[in-house]
Ligand binder design. Structure first.
Ligand SMILES: [Zn+2]
Length: 310
């Protein structure tokens, strides 16, 4: 299998792959009359135009028998998109090449190309009834965006589309993550998030509660039950840290300015701390004081907080 940039002369093969894949995928979802009437000629014409403009960017997967799949992507066309939101406009693989990794290879190329073009997120719209596609996108790292759903009309029938999103750059807060690294030590896993003691102990007991169920950047992208679980985890974690540290005050913040992945900062505050009476945050992360405590002291703190989680 060879993956290469599509050429204008691929327009007909691309149209054929799309029509055959639509007829196999959407039987029972879209009207038969509409599927049977799909015209390779008309689609070839539209693809030729797109390929000549080189927008969207298209890549094909080619076997000895010719083009067996393709992917099209570019800047997001959605009204709420930022300049760094890319979009997978379409991905098709002929039914006889399903489950061979061809779709995954096409997505990997698109991911690298979108990153190279300075996009940080990829989104896509998929028919809600297309469960096979949803499984593929989830396995590829996409998660459905809560509330992003729209009705469209295809072949005279109303169908629903849902939007999925995927962070393109590897996110350091995505689960599974290392139990220990230069930034944190694992304390415990709660219902939908995990608690870590920060290596920076300028504020003794400073911990991070990171969301475990996928890469999510905003609270309003969570389902109500996920938010309830995350909030309940915060309560348990906050209580455990309070029990272990007995601080004079507690700061709980969800900011996401540096790493957008949902995570709570739980910061015990003491009258003796360097910024008592003010926020802990300074202008840039580089100006934040960094305090490391002895390894044994760090681990004792981990144990102490863990003991209070129940
Ligand atoms: Zn993430």
């Amino acid at each position: 299998m060879n993956i290469r940039l599509a050429r204008v002369t691929d327009a007909r093969s691309i149209a054929e792959v799309q029509v055959r894949t639509w007829q196999a995928t959407y039987r029972g979802i879209l009207p038969d009359a509409y599927l049977d009437a799909l015209s390779v000629d008309k689609r070839e014409h539209a693809f030729r135009d797109g390929l000549m403009r080189a927008s969207p960017e298209m890549w094909v997967a080619e076997s000895d028998s010719g083009v067996v799949g393709w992917i099209a992507f570019g800047a997001s066309r959605d009204a709420d998109a930022t300049a760094t939101t890319g979009e997978i406009e379409a991905i098709y693989v002929l039914p006889e090449h399903w489950s061979t990794g061809t779709g995954r290879e096409l997505w990997k190329v698109a991911q690298a190309r979108l990153l190279a073009r300075n996009f940080t997120t990829a989104t896509l719209w998929v028919l809600e009834a297309n469960e096979r596609a949803a499984r593929f996108y989830r396995a590829a790292g996409f998660t459905p965006e809560a509330g992003c759903r729209k009705a469209i009309h295809i072949g005279g029938q109303e169908v629903w589309e849902v939007r999925y999103a995927c962070a393109l750059a590897p996110c350091p807060f995505d689960a599974p993550r290392p139990a220990n690294n230069e930034h944190w030590d694992f304390i415990g896993t709660l219902s939908i998030s995990s608690l870590y003691l920060s290596k920076n102990q300028t504020y003794r007991g400073y911990s991070l509660l990171m969301f475990d169920a996928g890469h999510v950047e905003q609270i309003d992208r969570l389902r109500a039950d996920e938010w309830a679980a995350f909030a309940s985890d915060l309560f348990v974690a906050n209580r455990a840290i309070n029990r272990a540290l007995r601080p004079d005050h507690m700061n709980v913040e969800l900011l996401g300015n540096v790493i957008a992945h949902l995570h709570w900062h739980i910061v015990p505050r003491f009258r003796t701390d360097p910024r008592w009476g003010g926020p802990i945050w300074t202008t840039t992360p580089a100006e934040m004081p960094m305090t490391r405590i002895a390894e044994s002291e760090q681990l004792a703190l981990v144990e102490q907080i863990r003991g209070g989680l129940t």
